[in-house]
Design a protein around this ligand. Structure first.
Ligand SMILES: [Zn+2]
Length: 62
């Protein structure tokens, strides 16, 4: 599965703030994702990111 910076994704695991929507800010071995609810960003290993992915949304149309 391909991911790109700026893509919005929904994760199964809820952030403590209650948000489940995240924006990808960096891709690679580790992903950096930002919570769209509170703006907090975290680094997560790709394998764990893919496992916690609920559904990928369409790529942003630029
Ligand atoms: Zn949050």
């Amino acid at each position: 599965m391909d991911f790109e910076v700026g893509q919005k994704v929904e994760l199964k695991k809820q952030h403590p703030c209650g948000g489940t929507e995240w924006e990808i800010q960096r891709v690679g071995m580790d992903f950096r994702i930002k919570c769209l609810c509170c703006g907090h960003s975290v680094m997560v290993p790709r394998a764990r990111f893919e496992k916690s992915l609920k559904k990928s949304q369409k790529k942003p149309s630029l």
